[in-house]
Design a protein around this ligand. Sequence first.
Ligand code: GDP
Ligand code: IMO
Ligand code: MG
Length: 426
Amino acid sequence: MAGYVVVGAQWGDEGKGKVVDLLGKRTDMVVRFQGGNNAGHTVVVNGQKTILHLLPSGILNQDALCVIGPGVVVNPFVLFKEIDTLESQGCPCDHVKVSGRAHLLMPYHVRLDELEEARTNNKIGTTKNGIGPCYSDKYTRIGLRVCDLEDWNSFSAKLKATLAMKNEIIVKIYGGEPFVYDEMLAQFAQVRKRLLPMTIDAVDLVNNALEEDKTVLFEGAQANMLDINYGVYPFVTSSSPTIAGVCEGAGISPRYLKRVIGVVKAYSTRVGSGPFVTEQINEIGEKLREKGGEYGATTGRPRRCGWLDLPVVKQACRINGLTDIALTKIDILSGFDEIPVLTGYEIDGQVIESVPASLEKYAKAIPVYKIMQGWHEDISGIRQFEDLPDTCQEYIRFIEDYCKTPISLVSVSPEREGNIVLHDLI
Ligand code: GDP
Ligand code: IMO
Ligand code: MG
C-alpha cells in the first residue's frame, strides 16, 4: 500500500513539477488526477528545462508509467504536441496512458473560455485553455469522454448535437465564429486513431499497482487556493486540486495514501485576478518576480508576487492532511534585510488566522506580519540544513511551527539535485 500525493499548497506554481520529477525516480507510476493543460509544471535536468502541461512530471524518468487519470480534462491536440516535442528531444513517451473516463477538452471549450474572458474583460484571468467550459459540460452531463471515441457512430452523433448547441451560444451570445461540424469530425477521426491505442482502464491499472504494493505518485495541478470549494471563489479553477481530488479523479481509496506532500513556495505568487493580501505592487514584488523568474509557465503572464501567507499554507495542511512540506525557492529570498511573513488577517478590527469564505471579507483583510530577519548569502549550493544561515534556518522552522507540519525537503535551486533533504519522502 504505497500511494504518495504531491499537491500545491498556495496558488499554484510552487514547484510541484520539480518535486514530482525528483520523487518519480523512486516510483512505478505517476498519475495526474485533475485539471488539464492549465497546468505548467517545470522540470530542470542537467540545465535543460522541460515544461509539462498534461503529461505527468514523472515522464522524464523512463521507468515510471505515466497515467492521465479519469478526473483530468484532456485536450488531445495539446497532448499530442507535448508528446511529439518530447519525443523529438529523445524522450520516448510509450509509457503514457490515458483514462477512457477522462473528458475530452474540445476546441469549442477553448473558444468559449476565450470569449467569456473577453466579454468580462478578463474577470477571472483564466488560462483561456477551456478548463471551466469543459468541466461545466462534464457536470451538466453533456461532455464527451475519451472512451466515447470507441463507438464512432455514436461519437459523431453526440458531437453533432453538442456542436450545434455550442455554435448557437458562440454566435448568438458572443458574436463569435462557429465551428464546422465536418471539419471537427475529420480532426477527431485523426485523434481517435492516435488516442485509442493509449487508452486504458485507469481504475484497474492504478488499483492493480497499489494492490501489488507498487509505489504510485499522484501529481496535483493548481493548488488549494484555486480549489473550486476552498479557494477564493470565483477566482478559482474548476476542479479539486486537493487530496479529495485524488480519490475522485484517480478512482482509488484514501486508505492507500501513505504520505501527502504539500509544495510550499517560500513566498507567494498568483496568476490571474482575485484578492491577494500579501501582494507587493512595488520594487519588492518586482525583485521577487525577476529573481524568481515568476512568469507563467503556461501563459507567460507575469505572476503577481508577495510575501508568504501562512494561514493559506495552514489551510492546505488541514484540507489535505499534509504529512510533509516540500519548501521551494527559498534561495530567491536571499538579499532581503527583513522578510515579513503573514500570520493573520485583520478584518473589521478582528484578527483571524484562517482564510475567510467571503470574497468581500478577504479583499479587505489587512495583513498582520511577523517580521523575520533575512540573509544575504547565496544558498543555492547548500545541501545540509546546518549549513544554511541561522536566519534562514529560523525562517524554515517558523513555517514548520506555525503549520505544525514537518518540512522534509528544502529546494534551493530549479535543478533536480538542488535540495536539502531533511526526511526521505519515499
Ligand atoms: P508548478 O506549477 O508547481 O510545477 O511550478 P512551476 O513550474 O510553474 O513554477 C516553479 C518555477 O520555479 C519553475 O521555473 C521551477 O524550475 C522553479 N523552481 C522550482 N524549485 C525551485 C527552487 O528551489 N529554486 C529556484 N530558484 N527555482 C525553483
Ligand atoms: P500549476 O499546476 C497557477 C489560475 C488561472 C486563473 C484561475 C482559473 O502550474 O500550478 P483556469 O484556466 O484554470 O480556468 O484559470 O486559475 N491557474 C493557475 N495558476 N498555476 C496553475 O497551474 C494554474 N492553473 C490555473 O491563472 O487565475
Ligand atoms: Mg505551474
